[in-house]
Write a protein that binds this ligand. Structure first.
Ligand code: AHG
Ligand code: MN
Ligand code: MN
Length: 323
């Protein structure tokens, strides 16, 4: 049994400067994640379901557990001396957590609770994280290909943590009795094609004709190419992308004609999940460009996301690049 603590310790040696800082950051993410897992397990007993009276920067009603999850992660990094900034879906401005101004060379981006519409129905939820190294001039908005590490926690039937720091994708499962994560799959590889597509098809009237035709392609019957694909959609990006990572297929949250940037967030949803999926041999794309090469302009910017098995994502790219 390889514990996550030991695994992170070994992986830190792969970091360019091989310092203990990576070990510390990852351990703090793990401790924040464990607190969230517990809060979710007990939510029905502790009266912590339901919504707050605030909206986040995306105009979405913040649920009580969104706010709690955000607090757990912020507390995890507070005064670490290593992390200078945290950027979260639930905070409009990047939040300085270092004790002294300018201290700490890392920025951590996170979606503290992903799939919030599942909170009240005991369906899967996740947390997503992305670690960047700040430039000497303090620049923290960098393309996904420069991430130091990224991953997610998935709070499902069990709690798992999946991460990469550029040396493969590794999955750990929480042993609730021991309070420790143990390795449950190493060097995960995504199949080059799958059997499922995952998309909120109720939005199809808002998509372009090409996008509609791409999705219809996966529904069409063609035995030779393994179609039709089955539809799977939980409403939790982490859960849907994890299914794709393990079994193959694709997840889509397309841009819309009236809202070309779509709904999902580059820095704490699309980029970290693309880093994981590409480390496993898959692809993360907007449909016209790779997610990992986008130069971000703002912390909360949105991008269309088509992610999963390489060949399946490339099918969509071909539909969207037709003249
Ligand atoms: P969040 O709960 O962090 O706001 O993210 C919700 C995201 C994602 O988890 C999911 O795939 C998608 O939004 C669901 O959106 P729709 O309800 O529009 O399908
Ligand atoms: Mn989310
Ligand atoms: Mn969220």
């Amino acid at each position: 049994m390889v514990s996550l603590t030991r695994h992170i310790f070994e992986q830190q040696c792969l970091q360019p400067d091989g310092t203990e800082e990576f070990f510390t950051i990852m351990n703090r993410i793990v401790s924040g994640g464990k607190r969230i897992a517990r809060a979710l397990r007990e939510a029905g007993l502790t009266g912590s379901l339901g919504v707050t009276d605030t909206k986040n920067v995306h105009g979405e009603q913040v649920q009580y557990l969104d706010a709690r999850a955000n607090e757990f992660f912020v507390e995890a990094f507070q005064d670490s001396g290593i992390v200078q900034l945290v950027v979260s879906e639930e905070m409009e401005e990047p939040f300085p957590v270092a004790a002294a101004k300018g201290a700490g060379k890392y920025a951590v981006f996170f979606d503290p609770l992903d799939g919030s519409s599942n909170i009240d129905v005991n369906a899967p939820l996740g947390s997503i994280f992305s670690i960047h190294c700040l430039d000497p001039n303090g620049r923290f908005l960098k393309p996904g290909c420069e991430q130091v590490a990224a991953g997610y926690l998935l709070y499902g039937a069990g709690t798992i943590l999946v991460y990469t720091c550029g040396a493969g994708v590794h999955q750990f499962t929480l042993d609730p009795m021991a309070g420790e994560f143990f390795l449950s799959a190493s060097n995960v590889q995504i199949p080059s094609r799958g059997k499922t597509y995952s998309v909120n098809e109720g939005n199809s009237y808002k998509w372009s004709k090409d996008m509609n035709e791409a999705v219809v392609y996966f529904r069409n019957d063609d035995k030779a190419t393994g179609r039709p694909y089955s539809l799977r959609y939980t409403g939790c990006l982490v859960a849907d992308v994890h299914r794709v990572l393990v079994k193959g297929g694709l997840y889509l949250y397309p841009g819309e004609v009236q809202k070309p940037e779509g709904k999902l967030r580059l820095m704490y949803e699309a980029a970290p999940l693309s880093f994981v999926v590409e480390q496993a041999g898959g692809l993360g794309s907007t449909g016209v460009e790779r997610i990992s090469t986008i130069h971000p302009k703002t912390p909360h910017q949105c991008v269309p996301l088509i992610i999963g098995s390489r060949e399946d994502v490339e099918v969509v790219e071909r539909f969207l690049s037709r003249e």
